[in-house]
Design a protein around this ligand. Structure first.
Ligand code: NOJ
Length: 787
């Protein structure tokens, strides 16, 4: 799949771009290929090692192997205390999380392989989410690139750096579909679309793991959180989930299946329940679906205290029951709580818990360790010298800058004094007012997970603009602080007057607003997705001041943040509006590249932006209702106090070029369900500058036996075009693109008409229609009975 995705962006066929269907790989139920990871994990070598080690282990050592404990934080970085070290020595720990650094990981590994009885190496896991020391755009921003090669490249660099710092295993990618902007963890995934989510999942798995798990730079990946964690009710983190079997299979599971098919070596269970069973206790999900149906070979790790939390969920009266249920369901390695180790040994000895269940889990963990080459070289070539050489190199920083600018989304760009507000033209600028606390914040671009990233490595917005405009007078005012988000009556506005003053006197204004790093991420859900604190008040004052000056000044608004924001007023009032997310160490430079026109923006929204919080959850691939919304018409699916339409649709993003889509044609009007049809479209750069658009193809089954989304993404491609240049794009749509789960949960293609759209966003209007004739084609039998 990645090979094919890479092909999309690298093959240059003069004027015709042929885009093969990705769906076969993404959706088909059977396994068509064995990935290098599977081969490594199931190799005779790995199996032999696991067999022989298992045969020597005591029950206590086995339960220890199923236990992962967190590192502590010492004076200079992560560390393990004497008690933890003793557990390693006694063979009572199989893994440590959040321990990194060549020196400390080598020291702990030495205890394991020289001082413990069986010398079983430890596996070190860490949340390397969007970079280790060179921090890249947060995953939601990465998805905005619609560039799987970029995602794979960032993951590869993260793997090189993390492994140089002693890490073997990352808890990434998070492949949870998120439709609710309130949910803080929306920042960690690829957004609301299962197709884009699957493409990004595959790219990252391949990027982290590489082609050979035994390579010293291979980082074991984790697809998490299995599954449907993103469907948390009310967008509140860790909340219960209530969804249909159809939603699970059509929306939430595809990216996990894609990651499994790409050979991901580990999966993490999610905190939520599905259908009344918390996933940490779901033998249906972790065994029937994952192992029996998908033939997954890697290991399953709990989420932090997820086994223990089965008691809070109310399905285990005590810790022993929690441990029994989780291990039996298929959670192999317990993170942070140690119930397996502390409760199960007497049970096994008394014959009340089957030893083979313990052995199976231990065997899986040992096999993964063997596949990573840990038994052959427990240090995997880690040294202080390698750490120094391979981390935050100029090449890595250059990649971070290139990728970051691809993630920036130009939301609006209005004409000011006869020209578009962006790009800002150097020749017109003698002075620039930079306003907003986030502009001078070097922590925000690191995002809520920052690996070994450091604030001092970050180029802030202000620093980036200063780097790019050495001869321009740049004046900065913070305006209002962001930390007023929860403090009622404590909104501090005294900085607004100084900001207004700057806005009046500069040639142009750059107003930087949004969210800091800790306003999204784990445990950071918001009840409102409007601008936090008094930022709207600041924006209104600054825009008023800039407009009333003579001559009037353009106000370019840049948003930072990890979620879609409801910014209707800014969309209506700013000269230009830019979503810059949280872009990592090169945030400021990348943003300056785009604002000044050194790079034409090409990012697209991987999530729908609402107008007001009350519209959330709002997503483009929704089902229709019996009464589809009609503006201002009562008794249709509408609001009486707000529009039902999004502020910006999924897939939206402008460039400095303009693109025109025309001439959609189909290779045939009718086909059988097992056939394919080619969709061709001409796209032209009708603007005066070069640019890249992300051409998107959407599909709808117009009338099926079950309700289907109003449209669904089924293909995309980045198309670079010179001014006036035209290219023909061709997609082949086959059975896998047309299929869905029917009432009996079979995967089928049904006869009837299908509508296809192609364009630059999910609001594309250029369309065609074809008919599928003949019988229902069954692509796959129903999955295991939902329970
Ligand atoms: C809890 C989070 O849910 C998970 O994503 C993360 O990997 C673990 N903590 C470990 O930090």
């Amino acid at each position: 799949m990645t090979r094919y995705v890479l092909l999309l962006v690298t093959v240059v066929v003069p004027s015709v771009l042929v885009i093969p269907s990705a769906a076969r790989d993404l959706h088909s139920q059977g396994r068509v290929a064995t990935s290098p990871t599977d081969t490594a994990i199931t190799s005779r070598r790995a199996t032999r090692i696991a067999d022989s080690v298992l045969a020597l282990m005591t029950l206590e050592e086995k339960l220890g192997q199923l236990t992962q404990a967190p590192a502590g934080w010492g004076q200079t970085g992560p560390t393990v205390d004497a008690a933890g070290e003793q557990l390693v020595r006694e063979g009572k720990l199989g893994s440590i999380l959040s321990l990194w650094g060549a020196d400390v990981t080598r020291r702990m590994q030495r205890v394991a392989v020289e001082e413990s009885r069986l010398r079983i190496p430890l596996i070190f896991g860490y949340d390397v989410i969007h970079g280790m020391r060179t921090i890249f755009p947060v995953p939601l921003a990465m998805a905005a690139t619609f560039d799987s090669a970029a995602a794979a490249r960032a993951a590869r660099i993260a793997a090189v750096e993390a492994t140089a710092m002693g890490v073997h295993w990352t808890f990434a990618p998070m492949v949870d579909i998120a439709r609710d902007a309130r949910w803080g963890r929306i920042v960690e995934g690829a957004g609301e679309d299962p197709y884009l989510g699957s493409v990004m999942a595959i790219a990252q798995v391949r990027g982290y793991q590489g082609d050979n798990l035994r390579s010293p730079t291979a980082l074991l990946a984790t697809a998490k959180h299995f599954a449907a964690y993103g469907a948390a009710e009310a967008g509140r983190d860790y909340n219960v989930v209530s969804l249909s079997e159809h939603d699970l299979w059509n929306v939430y599971l595809p990216p996990f299946h894609a990651a499994v098919r790409a050979g991901v070596g580990s999966l993490m269970a999610s905190f939520n329940e599905i259908n009344g069973t918390p996933t940490h206790a779901s033998d249906w999900l972790l065994t029937s679906v994952l192992r029996d149906q998908w033939r997954y070979r890697g290991m399953v790790v709990a989420d932090w205290s997820g086994v223990w939390e089965l008691m809070n969920h109310g399905i285990a009266a005590d810790s022993l029951t929690a441990a029994r249920r989780a291990l039996r369901a298929g959670v192999d390695l317990e993170m942070s709580s140690a119930l397996y180790r502390n409760t199960l040994s007497a049970e096994v000895r008394a014959g009340r818990f089957p030893l083979p269940v313990v052995d199976t889990a231990v065997h899986r963990i040992l096999r993964v360790k063997a596949a990573l080459g840990l038994f052959a070289d427990p240090y995997r070539g880690v040294s202080i010298d390698r750490e120094r050489r391979e981390v935050l190199t100029p090449q890595h920083r250059a990649a971070a800058r290139e990728i970051a600018r691809e993630a920036i989304v130009l939301l609006t760009n209005n004409t000011v004094a006869g020209a578009p507000a962006l790009p800002l033209l150097r020749r017109n600028l003698r002075s620039l007012a930079v306003i907003g606390a986030l502009a001078n914040d070097s922590a925000a671009p690191l995002g809520p997970w920052s690996g070994a990233g450091r604030k001092e490595d970050v180029v802030s917005v202000l620093a980036g603009v200063r780097n790019a405009l050495p001869n321009v007078q740049i004046n900065y005012a913070p305006g209002v602080p962001l930390d007023t988000v929860r403090v009622e009556g404590a909104v501090r506005t005294e900085g607004i007057a100084a900001a207004e003053q700057l806005a009046r006197t500069a040639d142009a204004v750059l107003l930087v607003l949004g969210e800091s790093a800790d306003m999204s991420g784990e445990g950071a859900s918001r009840s409102s997705v409007e601008l936090p604190g008094a930022q709207l008040q600041l924006a209104q004052a600054v825009v008023r001041a800039a407009r009333s000056a003579t001559p009037a000044k353009p106000v370019v608004v840049v948003l930072l943040g990890g979620r879609p924001l409801a910014v209707q007023w800014l969309a209506d009032s700013a000269s230009a509006l830019v979503m810059s997310w949280l872009l990592g160490v090169e945030h400021g430079n990348a943003l300056a590249d785009v604002l000044l026109g050194d790079h034409a923006p090409s990012g697209k929204l991987p999530v729908t932006f609402p107008r007001v919080t009350g519209q959330v959850p709002i997503y483009y691939n929704h089902k229709n209702t019996g009464r589809p919304p009609v503006d201002r018409q009562k008794y249709t699916s509408n609001y009486i106090d707000a529009s039902w339409t999004p502020l910006f649709p999924f897939g939206h993003g402008l460039s400095y070029a303009t693109f025109n889509y025309a001439n959609l044609r189909l290779s045939r009007d009718s086909l059988r369900g097992s056939d394919s049809v080619i969709v061709a479209v001409d796209v032209t750069n009708s603007g005066a500058r070069a640019g890249t658009d992300v051409a998107q193809l959407y599909l709808r089954d117009d009338a099926a036996s079950v309700t289907r989304p109003v449209r669904e993404l089924r293909g995309f491609v980045r198309v670079p075009l010179q001014p006036g240049e035209m290219r023909t794009l061709r997609w082949r749509l086959g059975a896998d693109d047309l299929a869905f789960h029917d009432r009996d949960m079979r995967r089928v293609v049904e006869p009837g008409t299908f509508t296809v759209w192609v364009g630059g966003s999910s609001a594309a209007t250029l369309q065609g229609r074809f008919t599928v004739t003949g019988d229902v084609v069954v692509l796959a039998a129903p999955p295991p009975r939902f329970r």
